[in-house]
Design a protein around this ligand. Structure first.
Ligand code: ZN
Ligand code: ZN
Length: 320
């Protein structure tokens, strides 16, 4: 299932903000490092809506749509003040001087008393919080007993609340990805695995199976049945959708800046494509079908990634 309709909806995990943050009251130890990060990649599907009176119902935090099993990071440097179960829900609380951040439902990989740094993994998200998808992180912020909007910690949050139209798109995209059989997990780099299959060749030097010479293999081969769906690893613009020599039918997507880095992906040897050059695609959208066009010995996806214009091993960028 996919979590992000547009890359502008993503919370940027590596987003380092805080230079202008007002974190008055933080102890000096923390004030040296006022860095704040979003605790998980995903879209905010429910905002902060505190009740007028403490005994009334409301929403004392924000919900970020993600996937079960995704890593949850500490939003700021702090000390684990609680890691356990509250009314059947696994909860982690971090103390940051007079501020407290809470994360639920999250299975903790830290213990009370542990010192954690902003961005450090503190546990994994599980299902349980009411949510339009498989799992949502409820992220809370308190000063003393007063609940605050945790998004206020992010000076320039690259997020907005989803409209009901967006939510409908997320639901249908989730259903699509389930139908395509692709893994919906989003990596820290912001990518989903483009096809369901097995890795048949890794990125790097190898003896070319056809030319019988040592060559640099500039992508990751994922073996899959001919005609298997290929989905976009992230939202972006299709800059090529056509035939390109040894690559056969080749699709290239420019994703713009994802998590602080310029990202580009390419999908080669396809049977055919579902989108033309110039098309805007969303993460997890069907873009083509696996084939064996160009220099290829069987149906597979030769998948390529570039970070800031540099060819990069896709296995470093995809979900593990
Ligand atoms: Zn919530
Ligand atoms: Zn290959």
């Amino acid at each position: 299932m996919v979590l992000v309709v547009k890359k502008t909806l993503m919370l940027i995990l590596s987003c380092v903000v805080g230079a202008g943050l007002s974190l008055g009251g933080l102890s000096p130890a923390y004030a040296d490092s006022p860095r704040t990060v979003a605790p998980i990649l995903g879209s905010v599907v429910r905002g902060f809506d505190p009740p007028d009176q403490p005994w009334l119902a409301g929403h004392r935090g924000v919900d970020i749509l993600s996937q079960p099993g995704q890593a949850v990071a500490a939003a700021m440097d702090g000390v684990v003040s609680f890691a356990g179960t509250v009314v059947g829900r696994p909860v982690i609380s971090l103390s940051h001087g007079d501020l407290t951040t809470t994360y639920e439902p999250v299975e903790a990989s830290v213990s009370p008393g542990d010192f954690v740094l902003a961005g450090q993994t503190i546990g994994t998200l599980v299902s349980g919080h009411t949510c339009p998808g498989d799992a949502c992180l409820h992220w809370g912020l308190k000063r003393g007993d007063t609940y605050l909007d945790p998004l206020s910690l992010l000076e320039h949050p690259k997020i907005r609340l989803l409209s009901s139209h967006d939510m409908e798109q997320i639901r249908s995209r989730s259903a699509d990805m389930a139908r395509y059989g692709v893994d919906g997990r989003v990596s820290a780099a912001g990518l989903v695995t483009p096809v369901s299959g097995v890795v048949t060749d890794v990125y790097g030097m190898r003896l070319h199976p056809i030319d019988k010479v040592w060559k640099f293999h500039d992508g990751l081969d994922i073996g899959a049945a001919c005609g298997s769906p290929i989905v976009a690893s992230a939202a972006g613009t299709v800059t090529m959708s056509g035939y390109s020599g040894g690559y056969g039918y080749r699709l290239v997507i420019e994703h713009g800046t994802v998590n602080g880095h310029d990202l580009k992906t390419a999908y080669n040897h396809a049977q055919s494509f579902a989108v033309p050059a110039g098309a805007q695609v969303s993460q997890g959208q069907l873009v083509g079908w696996v084939g064996s066009t160009g220099t290829s010995t069987g149906c597979h996806l030769h998948y390529q990634t570039w970070v800031d214009g540099v060819s990069t091993d896709p296995q470093l960028l995809l979900p593990g």
